[in-house]
Design a binder for this molecule. Structure first.
Ligand code: HEM
Length: 421
């Protein structure tokens, strides 16, 4: 486990080389069969909703109604409820809003040494809030950001795995502080749901209708409490993941002057039109290659609810399967020289590269925010590339890719100085 946390890509490759593919990992409370073979992965990802359940580890924090904890029909209903908030990130003028947020956050960080991951986290939090809820008064958004940051800290993350420390001894005890931070976040989300009733006619953000329907629902899972947990889930699942991906993208682009120049050339052809930026081939290829080489969610978990015939063996119900993103993304046939950052893999007619890349998982539990995450990466990267020169403080030696809380990212957080061009 420690080896995996320190180097998820290297650990999976070393285990597969030593024990074969699949191999079995003994984790606290479970044995996981880890699979890297492309055909088996495709078969598992295509399983219907009643053939498996989620692995219920470390996700209590999301809330009892969170879609990441639900299975079967309840899961489908919860996904359907909030999908309109994230599935079409360029609806209305959301693309321009994302660009404005990026400009604002970069301007505040310009001219001094910053950690790119901190810049990216500010950016992604504001983007998810705007995309999912729409307007929040400025002060409310700032209060939200502070409480949310407390929930996301490393100490908080550890607490969820250490029940012995989960005792509320007042606002200064770790668990007490965490509970109060979650209560503040919940309060602001609940207030936004409440206030949706009073939003004006010309506010056509999909959140308005979703919040109104939740208030009228007699089913608790689809009512106000359920919607509050889904919004918290969107934030938790989409915030750090997109921030780590964007941080790696910035590192890769500024560590290679040819990639930077090619991107600038491509961007010059589309001005700042978000609809055209997200369709640019090379920018798309760069982002996909980042997500291939630096898997943010390195293992995709499934627990079989029925026996499954897979790769010549019969797996019994209850088998825990971990799909290895690092192994899938270093398959030598689809991705020759897998350790090299080469966006060209995703250009032209290379259908296999796209269909065998699984940074967002797949099937009925495919990442709900994949469109938003990828769109945000592209728009935020484009604003930086066009507007700023960046000096990577640690030079062009890549930082280690390691597990940071629940997702993986560059160990150093990528210290840098950005200067307006
Ligand atoms: C680059 C950024 C992101 C990466 C790499 C990523 C990756 C993933 C992965 C690997 C899964 C598991 C999928 C599976 O089990 O098959 C997942 C699930 C999920 N992601 Fe993302 N994600 C990103 C951004 C986002 C964003 C922006 C949001 C929302 C705002 C989001 C919301 C979710 C949700 C709700 C799930 C659970 C889906 C379900 O269980 O039905 N993600 N993500």
């Amino acid at each position: 486990m420690m080896k995996f946390a320190a180097d998820p890509v290297g650990a999976h490759r070393a285990f597969a080389a030593r024990y074969g593919d699949p191999f079995t990992l003994r984790l606290p409370g479970m044995r996981m069969m880890v699979i890297g073979d492309a055909n088996s992965i495709i078969q598992v990802l295509a399983l219907p909703i009643d053939a498996f359940s989620v692995l219920d580890v470390g996700i209590e924090v999301m809330g009892v109604y969170s879609l990441v904890r639900l299975n079967g029909a309840a899961h489908s209903a919860a996904r359907k409820q909030v999908a309109p908030l994230v599935m079409n990130p360029l609806r209305q003028n959301n693309g321009v809003i994302i660009q404005d947020i990026a400009r604002r956050v970069y301007a505040k960080s310009s001219g001094r040494r910053v950690l790119m991951i901190e810049v990216a986290k500010q950016l992604t939090l504001h983007v998810i809030l705007r995309s999912a809820i729409g307007f929040l008064p400025e002060q409310e958004e700032a209060r939200f950001a502070v409480a949310y940051a407390a929930l996301q800290s490393k100490a908080s993350f550890m607490l969820h795995f250490l029940p012995i420390l989960q005792v509320d001894l007042g606002p200064w005890s770790p668990w007490g502080r965490l509970k109060r931070a979650r209560a503040t976040v919940d309060h602001i989300i609940s207030k936004s749901i409440d206030n949706a009733t009073f939003r004006t006619e010309d506010d056509t953000h999909p959140f308005v209708d979703i919040a109104r329907a939740a208030k009228e629902s007699t089913d608790a899972a689809l009512g106000v409490d359920g919607l509050r947990d889904q919004l918290f889930t969107l934030l938790s699942a989409g915030h750090a993941s997109t921030a780590q991906a964007l941080t790696w993208a910035v590192w890769h682009v500024y560590a290679d002057s040819e990639i930077l120049a090619r991107l600038r050339d491509e961007l010059a052809s589309v001005r700042s039109d978000p609809d055209r930026i997200v369709r640019l081939d090379y920018l798309d290829a760069v982002c996909r290659e980042v997500l291939r080489l630096r898997p943010i969610g390195p293992v995709i978990g499934r627990k079989l609810a029925k026996p499954l015939h897979l790769a010549g063996r019969m797996l019994p119900e209850g088998t825990v399967i971990g799909l290895s993103v690092p192994l899938a993304h270093s398959n030598l046939t689809t991705f020759p020289e897998p350790d090299i950052f080469r966006p060209e893999r995703y250009l032209g007619d290379n259908k296999a590269a796209k269909s065998r890349s699984i940074p967002f998982g797949g099937g009925v539990r495919h990442c709900l925010g994949a469109n938003l995450g990828l769109t945000e990466m592209k728009l935020a990267l484009a604003i930086l590339v066009e507007g700023y020169d960046v000096l990577l403080s640690e030079g062009t030696r890549p930082p280690k890719h390691k597990l940071i809380d629940a997702v993986a990212g560059p160990a150093s957080g990528v210290p840098l100085v950005m200067t307006a061009r």
